[in-house]
Design a protein around this ligand. Structure first.
Ligand code: CA
Length: 525
């Protein structure tokens, strides 16, 4: 990271009078040395607390929390984000969820799976936890990153929630790193991403592996577990059925959805509130159609079939909440863990922005984000104010009534409690800036409508942002875009057409400075 260079450069380019405006430009206040500064919204926060208190009185228990995490879905895939039927895959259930709640248009993930999945469960950036990139077959970690992390699942479970993760995990398979080891009471799903499973079942795509027994045996020694896993905290972990064919892969999300629906029925009857993170396997490549359904999409391509199938499952899961009588006491959030993976095209999603999964341009990190809570979140609302998926950590603590004062003080927290932004009518975001990292590198940040790039990932060939790309320093000035007039980040306004380059640079420098007191963790990824 070299935010210092950005800052010094900015200083050289701007007068001190412009710098003075930065005080008002950055509205945040730091309330704790180890916590990301937030924009104060005291009245809005007060209203949110009152709303939650009156709901608690009415419902007799704390609210349930349901996250629906889709893998690698593009910002532009759902109909409510401009895709849907217009690109061959209608998404009526996701669109209905958005109409019934709040649609976020500046919602940010990390640029790949493992980083996002760990960040939302820790409230901390991947560079702080060490989970900086996807864990792949053959990786040898130098330490268990979870050993000294305190997960949201643990905090909620300790405070009396039933905690369940269904579906894809992809944040570590060894004992000590599995969902049932890091705080979830129960786990039901597949540890790896779909791509990691298809290598041993798709002969057409991987003939050199599947048709070479010696090579296949060698692969099996490092291959991720391809069983459906059912594990319990402090109890047994059972390996159920194995993925043996592309048909098994095609059916996996139906199996997971059936389980989630069954558990919603049971948990709703129990005496505890629940936290359920449902992580779809689809629409990460390699997608295979569910042989029991379809064809589902106008496009017929496997990716599009997967989008429509996931949409059907979303509809069924939300219906299960209503059928169980808990829809008015459940906070639902639907999102994708990163932008579309264009290396797998045409088994890939759509984004209207520049860049894709694996980059820190908008297309890699800006994702759909829909907050739904019947009777609490105002229906048919939309906001373009900033939201980082890590903020779900803070929202969950507030919904459960867990004080952030109980969190460890010896580490830095990057989340902001955005409960009032989502649940108060006309709520405003408390987040001023979103930071974009790639591995150990501080790449960029979004502040208001501006995006500043300090380093960039550039594909060397069309679509190849992961397998054939380079990471580069920018030149004399940071690349500075105004996303309102240039959402595709093509024409930098630079130091010539904006007075705000230095102010955003100052913010990036302050962020980099937090790592001096709280050094990053390295786990050998
Ligand atoms: Ca992903």
């Amino acid at each position: 990271m070299n935010a210092r260079r950005v800052f010094l450069l900015s200083l050289a380019l701007f007068s001190t009078s412009v710098m003075a405006q930065a005080v008002d430009f950055d509205r945040t206040v730091r309330t704790a040395k180890n916590h990301e500064p937030a924009i104060p919204r005291p009245e809005q926060d007060k209203t949110a607390i009152e709303t939650l208190a009156s709901l608690r009185q009415k419902q007799g228990r704390r609210p349930n929390i349901l996250w629906l995490v889709i893998d690698d879905m593009g910002y532009g895939d759902p109909g409510c984000y401009g895709g849907g039927a217009s690109i061959g895959a209608a998404t009526p259930n996701i669109d209905k969820l958005a109409r019934g709640g709040m649609k976020l248009t500046s919602c940010y993930a990390q640029q790949t799976c493992t980083p996002t999945r760990s960040a939302i469960l820790t409230g901390r950036l991947p560079v702080r936890t060490g989970l900086t990139r996807p864990i792949l077959a053959g990786d040898k970690l130098t330490k268990n990153p979870w050993a000294d992390e305190v997960s949201l699942a643990k905090l909620l479970s300790d405070s009396g929630y039933s905690t369940l993760l269904t579906g894809k995990w992809h944040v570590g398979e060894p004992k000590g790193m599995r969902p049932q080891d890091i705080g979830f009471d129960e786990y039901y799903g597949y540890y790896p991403a779909q791509k990691e499973l298809s290598q041993s079942v798709d002969e057409r795509r991987y003939p050199a592996l599947m048709n070479n027994p010696a090579r296949m045996r060698a692969y099996e020694a490092i291959a991720p577990n391809n069983h459906l896993i059912h594990g319990f905290k402090g109890g047994q972990t059972n390996e159920l059925s194995q993925i043996k064919s592309i048909e098994d892969m095609g059916r996996a999300d139906q199996v997971l959805t059936d389980f989630t629906i069954q558990r919603i029925k049971e948990l709703a009857k129990g005496d505890k509130p629940f936290f359920l993170e449902h992580c779809f396997m689809k629409v990460h490549c390699d997608n295979f159609p569910n042989p029991d359904l379809g064809p589902l999409s106008d496009a017929r391509y496997y990716y599009k079939e997967a989008v429509v199938e996931v949409d059907l499952h979303v509809g069924a899961i939300v219906k299960a909440l209503a059928d169980a009588g808990v829809e008015e006491n459940t906070f639902v959030f639907l999102t994708s863990d990163n932008g579309p993976q264009m290396d797998g095209w045409p088994d890939a999603g759509f984004t209207p922005f520049r860049g894709v999964k694996g980059t820190t341009f908008e297309g890699g990190v800006r994702v759909p984000g829909i907050a739904y809570w019947k009777g609490v979140i105002e229906p048919d609302t939309e906001s373009n104010e900033l939201f980082d998926l890590m903020d779900l950590f803070g929202i969950s603590l507030t919904l459960a009534g867990i004080s952030p004062d109980t969190l460890p003080q010896n580490r830095y927290y990057d989340y902001i409690d955005q409960t009032s932004f989502l649940i108060v009518k006309n709520g405003q975001s408390k987040r001023e800036v979103v930071y974009n990292w790639w591995g150990q590198e501080l790449m960029a940040c979004r502040m208001k409508e501006f995006k500043l790039h300090h380093k960039v990932i550039l594909p060397k060939s069309t679509h190849m942002s992961i397998d054939y790309s380079v990471i580069q320093d920018v030149g004399l000035a940071p690349w500075f875009f105004n996303l309102y007039i240039d959402p595709q980040e093509q024409l930098p306004v630079g130091h010539r057409r904006s007075p705000w380059l230095a102010s955003v640079g100052t913010k990036l420098k302050a962020h980099a400075a937090t790592f001096k007191t709280y050094p990053p963790k390295n786990i050998g990824l």
